[in-house]
Structures are given as C-alpha cells and as structure tokens.
Design a protein around this ligand. Structure first.
Ligand code: NAD
Length: 298
C-alpha cells in the first residue's frame, strides 16, 4: 500500500509523522508550504497538490478543517490516477461524508469515514480513537495504518455513520467542557481554590475529561493551548444540531451548549483555543480560574 496524507494541521502533522515513523512511505500535501517542509524534514515526500498525492498513492488520508474543504479535496482526489481508497479523518458530518463517498465511487474509489477523537496529545501519542464506517474489507486493509495512530473501532458499513458517532462524542466533550467551565467559575466566585476544586472533581463523581485533562493542561496554567480551535468545536456542534434537527430528536442540552460556544466564537474568534470557553464566563463573574498554584482567587 502506498500512502498519501493531505492536511497537516494540529492533528494531521502528528498523525502523518507517526505513519512515517511506523515505516510507511508517505506523500504529503497541505496548502501551507511550511507544514509540508516540516513533514519532509521528518522523512515524508512532498506532493504539489491534492491531485498530485492522488496520482502517486493508492490510499489517500485527509485531515481537513471543514466539510467545505473536505468536499473540494475529495473532488480533486477523485481525479487521481493511482488512488483507490480515500480515508477522511476529518470531522465533516454524515451528509458531507455521504456526498464524498458518492463522488469518489463514480471514479471507482472506495471511501472510509474515519474521524478521530483524542486531541493533539492523542495524535502525538498514537492513542486516538478512530471510528470507521465504510466497506469492512477496506477497514481490515487499513489495520497497520490505523494502528500507527490509535485504536480503530468499526462502526458500520453505512457511509457517514462514523461521522454521526463522532458528532455524538464531540457534543459530549463540548458539554462537559462548558459545564466544567461554568461550575469552576461559580466555585471560584464563592471563594474556592480552582486547583483544589479540580482535585475534588477528579476524586469524586463530577470528574470528566475536561477536569482530568483539559483544565489541568490548558486552563489552570492559563496557557489556552490545548490544540483544538473554537471555530472547529463550533462547527462540530452546528453539525450535530443539523443532524439532530433533521432526525426530529430532542436537543435542548445541545441548543444551550451551542449558544455558549457561539458566544465564545463571537468574543474570542475562531482561532482561539476551545478551552477559552471559560473566559466569557469569567468576565461576567469578575473572576479568573487558575493561575498561580493554590493562590489568590484561583
Ligand atoms: P487545523 O486547522 O489545524 O488543520 C487543517 C489543515 O488543513 C491546515 O494545515 C490547513 O492548512 C490544511 N488545509 C486547509 N485547506 C486545505 C486544502 N484545500 N488542501 C490541503 N490542505 C488544506 O485543524 P485540526 O485541528 O488539525 O483538525 C483537522 C480535522 O480534525 C477537523 O475536521 C477537526 O474537526 C478534526 N479534529 C480535530 C481535533 C483537535 O483536537 N484538533 C480532534 C479531533 C478531530
């Protein structure tokens, strides 16, 4: 199998690096030349476009920011002369995945949706959860590639099913981060120490991935550098809501969580780190969560 990789951002760069380190020859492309150069330094081969990658490799992976970009790239890849399999690691929603699958199928190319969870740290460590939908034989053929980036879980043969699963996962992650931010602001305003609060939450029944990992890594030290942009988190919540509304299911929690993320997006911008969701809440309350260890208001 020859492997191509398109989209070398926060997630793509460490995933492509792990593929190179695992011994795969990887042809890479990103619209950012500096990212391609970094991968070449790690041992990858530079492609000149998405089409070029698809002309040179039979299995093309992609980690792209939005459904719109994913559809443009999938269309470009579909014209490639060597590509036989397209594996989209991006979060694009079920509808875009189904459209991509149909476009690629017209050219005899198999599509696998393989959105990932576990963040930049998971991508660097090779511990991502990779949820996969598409033909089972292609899932099996990808075993060594998926093993280099994390644990692959087969969701369904139905195109887009893994995207639905990923949106469910991300709505949970968005909700627990928003809820943790809100209760931390409340506790600090009441005079509790933020570090002690996180210790107690993690020892008790209120602990979540937000309190175990995101707060200690990026909020308490005030670095806000977890590696996932507010714009991308908001995109995922909007995709979840689109799908929930089209299914006609209850989404009151999701609507509230969406409003909190839209506020963060409006106030801090799409490029802010998603852990910044606590900042607009801090501003309203007039407190800061974290900072110096066991000191002051946090
Ligand atoms: P990112 O914005 O850091 O990376 C996207 C990369 O795609 C950038 O390097 C960009 O230059 C490149 N790109 C944009 N348009 C392109 C094009 N037409 N051709 C080639 N390259 C192009 O985003 P990210 O955080 O790495 O996320 C990528 C995907 O993975 C998103 O769908 C995101 O929702 C999902 N995701 C992110 C995380 C995370 O923690 N960052 C976790 C799980 C899933």
């Amino acid at each position: 199998m020859s492997v191509g990789f398109i989209g070398l951002g926060n997630m793509g760069l460490p995933m492509a690096t792990r593929l190179v380190d695992a011994g795969h020859g990887v042809v890479v492309f990103d619209v950012r030349a500096d990212s391609v150069e970094r991968m070449v330094e790690c041992g990858a081969v530079a492609g000149s476009s998405a089409r070029d990658v698809a002309d040179r490799t039979d299995t093309v992976l992609a980690s792209l920011p939005t459904p719109q970009v994913s559809e443009v790239v999938a269309a470009e890849v579909s014209g490639g002369s060597a590509v036989r399999r397209y594996v989209d690691l991006s979060t694009v929603g079920a509808q875009a995945a189904q459209r991509n699958s149909a476009v690629l199928a017209e050219h005899g190319i198999t599509a696998l949706d393989a959105p990932v969870s576990g963040g930049v740290h998971g991508a660097e460590a090779g511990t991502l959860a990779v949820m996969v939908s598409g033909p089972r034989a292609d899932f099996a053929a990808m075993e060594s590639v998926f093993a280099a980036i994390g644990r692959a879980i087969f969701v369904s043969e139905q195109p887009g099913a893994a995207q639905t699963m990923k949106l469910v996962n991300n709505l949970m992650a968005a909700t627990t981060l928003a809820a943790t931010a809100e209760v931390m602001v409340m506790g600090v305003k009441a005079g509790l120490d933020a570090h002690v609060m996180i210790d107690v939450l993690n020892a008790g029944s209120g602990g979540t991935h937000a309190s175990r990992d995101k707060f200690p890594r990026a909020v308490l030290p005030r670095t806000f550098d977890y590696g996932f942009a507010t714009g991308l988190m908001t995109k995922d919540i909007r995709l979840y809501l689109d799908e929930a509304r089209s299914l006609g299911v209850p989404s009151r929690v999701a609507e509230t969580v969406a409003a909190l993320w839209e506020t963060t997006l409006a106030e801090l911008g799409a490029d802010s780190d998603f852990t910044s969701i606590v900042k607009p809440m801090e501003d309203v309350a007039g407190v800061v969560v974290g900072g110096e260890e066991h000191g002051g208001g946090g």
